[in-house]
Write a protein that binds this ligand. Structure first.
Ligand code: XBP
Ligand code: MG
Length: 263
């Protein structure tokens, strides 16, 4: 029994973890969704193309269909026209991205598979709260990790408002049947962090190329990767003095849950 495990008969402060998908479980935005959007533009005979930087800007708008609508609004496209075009392009983009996921073109972030295995071995239950559509989320999770390892999955198409609204996180903890204080989240973005916090979850942030400059001042711990024995992550913020050992591990998640429970 490691020092972080609860004593016999004591309630484990860490009962579940609620995982984000895009940018957290998978490196999906730059080389996944952006590529699928551009293929949908091309198929529709449109000259539009989103380069890496453009897309980084557009990520400030959560949700693929909303992102398209925002983009066409910036070009003064009339509302009804952009509504129709965004909806049609998003359906095709989702089909293309789902094919990429099934084909294994979307990769898990380094170190996340090891953390998921460790969480499971420690009896910690797994939930997912994402803004992405279940149409591609389920085949992607199944391809990379095995769908049945996740007891509760909430997609953006199952809630009225996307992150930073707390709806997806609330529904995930509800489906898991655990209190928010015992189910910390793991996110990659300020939007995701805000949503987890608004739902009463503690939250670890694992930043990436698109999000590293964002405001993570309310996060309970911030690392620049999940970390692996041969490539440790850098701890960027540790307000509770959790001292992650160069990676985000179960002991750190449990100590974070304990440090924030009741706060
Ligand atoms: C990030 C999002 C998603 C994706 C695109 O989700 O904002 O909308 O960019 O997916 P997460 P859809 O909460 O997992 O970080 O096109 O299906 O919306
Ligand atoms: Mg994300």
């Amino acid at each position: 029994m490691s020092e972080s495990e609860p004593a016999r008969g004591e309630t484990d402060p860490l009962q579940a973890v609620v995982l984000d998908v895009d940018g957290t479980l998978v490196n999906s935005e730059r080389d996944g969704h952006r590529v699928a959007f551009n293929l949908a533009f091309e198929e529709a005979g449109m000259p539009d193309r989103w380069d890496v930087d453009d897309y980084g800007e557009l990520l400030a708008v959560p949700g693929g269909k909303r992102r398209l609508n925002h983009y066409f609004k910036q070009q003064d496209m009339p509302e009804d026209e952009r509504e129709e075009l965004s909806a049609r392009l998003h359906v095709r983009k989702t089909e293309i991205f789902t094919e990429m996921a099934r084909a294994g073109e979307i990769k898990a972030r380094p170190g996340i598979t090891e953390l998921i295995d460790e969480l499971e071995a420690a009896g910690v239950r797994l939930g997912v709260a994402t803004t992405g559509s279940r149409t591609w989320v389920d085949p992607l999770l199944d391809r990379l990790f095995g769908l049945d390892r996740f007891e509760a999955i909430v997609g953006g198409d199952e809630v009225d408002s996307p992150k930073p609204d707390p709806a997806a996180h609330r529904l995930a903890t509800e489906r898991l049947g655990v209190p928010a204080s015992a189910a910390p989240g793991i996110e990659d973005s300020a939007i995701g962090l805000q949503a987890a916090k608004a739902a009463g979850l503690a939250c670890a942030v694992v930043s990436n190329d698109y999000t590293r400059e964002q405001d993570f001042s309310t996060a309970d711990v911030v690392l620049d990767g999940f970390g692996l024995p041969d490539s440790p992550a850098t701890v960027l913020s540790d307000p509770h003095g959790l001292e992650p050992p160069g990676r985000l591990d179960v002991a750190t998640m449990r100590a974070m849950a304990a440090a924030t429970a009741g706060k």
